[in-house]
Design a protein around this ligand. Sequence first.
Ligand SMILES: [Zn+2]
Length: 177
Amino acid sequence: MSTPPPPTPSTEAPSWPHCAHGADPVTNPVGCRGIHVPGHTACLAHLNDTDRTAYLTGLAPGADIDHRGTPFTETLLDQLLIALTDLTTPHPHFGTAEFREAQFSGDARFDWARFSRDARFQKAQFSGIAGFDSARFSRDARFQKGAVLRGRPVRRGAVLRRRLVRQGAVLRRRPVR
Ligand SMILES: [Zn+2]
């Protein structure tokens, strides 16, 4: 069981307003790269519990979400998925899903999720399983070069095509042209 090396902290700040949790002028000048939750100055992972709960409660199925650069534990991702779950189906439903450079520790189970707009996972890092069994995409979901799936870097990029992803289609890779 090999563990991927942790990403080298970038000394370049992301292009979005970022959380900066844990920043240190010497060892980690940028800190947490998670984008601010709207109306706050921290990412979803580093909001206090009250504000996180309020944000999640305010989400509805089909909402556009933007969690670029945010570190997700399995628990935090589950909380987000539950907040977006359409009880009539009952599966999570994303509008635009913006997860560029997000980091998923443990497994990231997007099984049965519906993505009705763009799903962006470029340079996202998955330390466990990135599960998209039976997920539905209205548009292609892109995992470009630099993404890390199951601890292995994607060298040529991957696209989950716009179609019903059949069960077992986890990490089926297709080159990005
Ligand atoms: Zn943060």
